[in-house]
Design a protein around this ligand. Structure first.
Ligand code: 2DT
Length: 212
């Protein structure tokens, strides 16, 4: 119908510690929404395919070393280089399910004791998500799931600090989901909040900017 073809897509972000199940829930949600006939894409940050993304990937796999602030700004630049495409997609009606966004940027860098406000600053002006879902799991439980790869941040002690940083970012608008529930239950909760969010966006909720 006319309204639908002119309405914008929703920007939905999934956040959480490593091994919380974000990536598999994001792809399940994409399949579900696609099945309902919505235009949907799965995105992730860091986007390791760009030149900046390749620098980030090399840092994460310990093939290069970078100053804490320098890598923070690269993660941010990696979002900025996708910003206009993101806006175009949303305005054309495509919903984006994004695996990690600025909150990962701030949570991981401030876990290294960089100032929280300093970490947020380069994110200002990026598109604000319409919905943030946090898949909540304790660092200990996440570690028990095994399968930490060999990447730089995949260590229990560091993940504990990241969890604390995430808690400082929690906002009343976030949907906090217990990531230890059965996969299907989490999936169900995500479907509900995502559909509500899509409706709100279709009804004309405008796009806004982060941390303004
Ligand atoms: P994946 O394992 O999900 O690819 O993430 N990270 C991520 C940051 O430190 N800053 C950021 O801005 C983003 C998006 C989280 C790779 C690691 O990179 C961290 C885990």
């Amino acid at each position: 119908n006319r309204l639908k073809s002119h309405s914008r897509g929703a920007l939905i972000v999934l956040e959480g510690l490593d091994r919380c199940g974000k990536t598999s829930q994001a792809s399940r949600l994409v399949s579900f929404l696609t099945g309902l006939g919505h235009a949907v894409e799965m995105w992730r940050f860091p986007d390791r395919t760009t030149v900046v993304g390749k620098m980030i990937s090399s840092y994460l796999s310990n093939r290069s070393h970078l100053d804490d602030r320098a890598i923070h700004l690269l993660f941010s630049a990696n979002r900025w280089e996708k910003r206009s495409l993101m806006e175009d997609k949303l305005r054309c009606g495509t919903t984006l399910i994004v695996d990690r966004y600025s909150y990962s940027g701030v949570a991981f860098s401030s876990a290294k004791e960089l100032d929280l406000l300093w970490c947020k600053t380069p994110e200002k002006g990026l598109l604000a998500p319409d919905l943030v879902v946090y898949l909540d799991i304790s660092p200990e439980k996440a570690a028990e799931r095994g399968g930490y790869g060999g990447e730089r941040y995949e260590q229990l002690e560091f993940q504990k600090k990241v969890a604390q940083s995430y808690h400082k970012l929690f906002d009343a608008s976030w949907k906090i989901v217990d990531a230890t529930l059965p996969i299907e239950e989490i999936e169900e909760q995500l479907r509900d909040v995502a559909l509500d969010c899509l409706v709100t966006c279709q009804k004309g909720k405008s796009l806004s900017q982060l941390w303004s």
